[in-house]
Design a protein around this ligand. Structure first.
Ligand code: BT5
Length: 262
């Protein structure tokens, strides 16, 4: 049983069985990687009050001031490299379900790694969480995976990001108890991760698609070397987005999605 500030995680069987807490780190991803290299078990978590070099995808910065939840989970799934995006889906779904259950808000997942909420009914959905999955390969297979979860809880959002980003406090109008949310997120992550190990990704994918902000929408996707426009049709079993474009169906494995208003 792990204790975090007096709260017991009785429900968490794998995820959160060891928790390392820090006031300030460069990035919880890097700390978790060091622990993984030293052989720490699956489910080990690194959590920090602030990150000085919080990371997004493709070397982008993740703003991580006090008041948010910034954590990384060590995973050791027996999967091929092309299955690793499934860990991002598990993380996003766990975050979305935890927030929806605790706040009663409408929550959406935006492929591939965002969780969205909105402050007012009918208003725009904005990013409240981001997920970053990094993997390390050894002997031709996945040696371990670090899945990082960033949640804007009671932290201030810098003005430059306010058009697209939001905190739970901004949406609810009051501070949210961080411990309670953390416990819920770990409980959900544990549940979905165990489900994945037992039954594969299909049941998780079904729930993920049910909360999707992009499916059936006209989208523009900025990929590394091209921009793809079309209708988001489906997400396949490897977590790739299937888009109907003027040149036919395309399978997109990574990119930044904008929903195009028509
Ligand atoms: C992500 O990248 O969304 C992944 C974020 C993962 C953060 C967690 S925190 C714990 C762990 N340790 C880390 O160092 N990272 C993980 P991406 O989709 O590339 O989005 C990055 C973009 O989101 C930036 O370029 C900004 O535009 C925007 N952004 C930065 N900070 C934000 C924030 N706090 N909330 C919302 N949007 C933000």
């Amino acid at each position: 049983m792990n204790r975090v500030a007096g709260i017991s995680f009785r429900t968490s069987r794998i995820i959160g069985r060891k928790i390392f807490r820090y006031l300030r780190v460069t990035s919880t991803q890097d700390k978790a990687k060091k622990f993984a290299e030293r052989g720490f078990p699956e489910g080990t978590i690194v959590i920090a009050e602030t990150q000085t070099q919080g990371k997004g995808r493709l070397g982008r910065r993740w703003v991580s001031p006090k008041g948010g939840i910034w954590l990384s989970v060590i995973l050791r799934p027996e999967i091929a490299a092309m299955e690793v995006p499934k860990m991002t889906m598990i993380g996003s779904l766990a975050l979305a379900k935890a927030i929806a259950e605790l706040t009663g808000m409408e929550v959406k997942v935006k492929w591939p790694n965002d969780v969205l909420i909105r402050a007012i009914a009918g208003g725009p959905f904005k990013k409240v969480c981001g997920v970053l999955t990094e993997m390390v390969l050894g002997a031709g297979r996945v040696s371990y995976v670090i899945t990082g979860l960033g949640i804007n809880v009671n932290n201030r959002i810098p003005s430059a990001l306010r058009a697209t980003a939001i905190s739970l406090r901004d949406a609810i109008g009051r501070n949210l108890p961080k411990q309670k949310l953390l416990e819920k997120v770990l409980e959900k992550f544990d549940k979905y991760y165990l489900d994945f190990r037992k039954k594969g990704i299909a049941p998780i994918m079904k729930e993920y698609k049910g909360m999707s902000a992009v499916l059936d929408k006209e989208v523009k996707i900025e990929c590394a070397d091209e921009i793809i426009e079309g209708k988001a049709l489906d997400i396949d079993e490897y977590g790739a987005l299937i888009v109907e474009t003027e040149e036919g169906k395309k399978r997109v494995v990574a990119g930044d999605v904008t929903i195009v208003k028509r």
